[in-house]
Each structure stands twice: as C-alpha cells, then as structure tokens.
Design a protein around this ligand. Sequence first.
Ligand code: SF4
Length: 121
Amino acid sequence: METRELTCIRCPIGCHITVELDNGEVKSISGNSCPRGEEYAASEVTHPERIVTSLVTLEGGERPVVSVKTAGNVPKEKMMDVVGALKEVSARAPVNIGDVIVKDIAGTGVDIVATSAVPAK
Ligand code: SF4
C-alpha cells in the first residue's frame, strides 16, 4: 500500500488530501471537503493534468504581447511541449478575451485562448 499526500489546487482553500494506492489503483481518498477534491486527487495520482498560462508575441497591438492559457487541462508531461510551441507563435491585434490563438497546441487537442484584450494600434 502506498500513501500520497496532496494539496488540492481546485480552489484557494487548499484542502490536504490523503490518497491510498494499492499497485497504482486508488483505494481511498480522504481530507477533501468537496467532490472536486476527490476528482483532483484521483487524477493527480493517475494522470496529472494542468492548465498552462503564458504570453504570446502580438503584432500591431497596443502591447507587444497578449496573455493566453490552454482552454482546458493538458497532460503534465506535455506542459513543456506547449510552452515550447508557444515561443514560436505570434498573433495579430486586435485580440479579444477568449479568441483562439492556436488550435490543438502541441498535438494535445487543446486550444490556446487569449485571457486579455489588446486593441490594434
Ligand atoms: S477539496 Fe474542494 S474545498 Fe477543498 S481545496 Fe479542493 S475544491 Fe476546494
């Protein structure tokens, strides 16, 4: 039996969660205050995923960059691929919040969307 101690990152409360595993299979989850914590803990010990946030170069805008994030979680092991792919990307102003900047970033099936608005110069 293996015990993993986690801090839930699904909300600012940060519940301390204990997961008991047997041969990689989740046997029990405790310490979470809501179902989101249980979902997070189960995913974290079997297939961890994250939202990636970054900046993308912007042409013709009032600012030279625009903030972006993945529209959903990507596998943790693909995070550096996503960050690397974003270094090669540039967008064109104007950009609005929620605009898709890159489709299917790094083959993850997840889009990159703008998290701020930047008007054209
Ligand atoms: S278990 Fe629920 S209440 Fe606790 S940190 Fe996670 S989301 Fe927040």
